[in-house]
Ligand binder design. Structure first.
Ligand code: GTP
Ligand code: MG
Length: 208
């Protein structure tokens, strides 16, 4: 699938303020600084589309971007950011979870994980919570360019071994780098397939 156009639509402080849910959407979640906004820029080929920063806690609202005038990519605040008050952290987490739980047009959640680190408690909790909500999700490993080939392979093997132990059917994984474009085709193809399925389904049952 080619992304022909990508435009910022709006930032929302709650799910009720989000655009009318009349188009399929795909959301990026993960710990602060994992590379959610950068991945959106890499996928769309527009560097400044989503605001990025070397300091965690850059994205603070629910941001909708319309792609090809047909579907949305959604950039969310990160979780697990230690340097804000517990109250602010709880509010962010509630915003994210309300969005994930309530948003009817959400097709798939991309949960981003920094490939340099061992499994983090906050990510595992989020995966469990998403699974409890029966929402489809997959893992996108980020920042692959920061590791040597050997260490990357070791980390991926360790993480997938861990997932196999935790899950009867482990979630799908994609390896990415916003710097090199690694993973771009895989994420785009996955979205394409989902949109195609939805189109077939809509033709039959009249969704969207
Ligand atoms: P919050 O909005 O604060 O939750 O962060 P985020 O997950 O949106 O991360 P963001 O995209 O702002 O990136 C955080 C930092 O990581 C920035 O300095 C990016 O340049 C850097 N970064 C993101 N992705 C990659 C990547 O694939 N490789 C490298 N080397 N750096 C990356
Ligand atoms: Mg961000």
């Amino acid at each position: 699938m080619k992304i022909l156009s990508a435009e910022f639509v709006k930032s929302s402080t709650s799910v009720s303020q989000c655009p009318t849910p009349d188009k399929p959407e795909f959301a990026f979640i993960g710990r602060s600084n994992v590379g959610k906004s950068s991945l959106i820029n890499m996928l769309t080929g527009k560097k400044g589309l989503a605001k990025t920063s070397g300091t965690p806690g850059k994205t603070r609202l629910i941001n909708h971007f319309i792609i090809n005038n047909q579907w949305y990519l959604v950039d969310l605040p990160g979780y697990g950011y230690a340097r804000i008050s517990k109250k602010a952290r709880d509010e962010w987490e509630k915003m994210i979870k309300d969005y994930l739980r309530i948003r009817k047009s959400l097709m798939c959640i991309f949960l981003l994980v920094d490939v340099r680190h061992a499994p983090q408690a906050s990510d595992l909790e989020m995966m469990d919570w998403i699974a409890e909500q029966a929402k489809p999700f997959l893992i996108v490993f980020t920042k692959a360019d920061k590791l040597t080939k050997r260490v990357l392979a070791e980390n991926l093997q360790a993480y997938s071994g861990f997932l196999k132990k935790e899950w009867e059917i482990p979630p799908q994984t994609i390896v990415s780098s916003s710097n090199t474009g690694l993973g771009k085709d895989e994420v785009s193809d996955l979205i394409s397939r989902q949109l195609q399925k939805l189109e077939n389904f809509s033709a039959e049952f009249g969704l969207f």
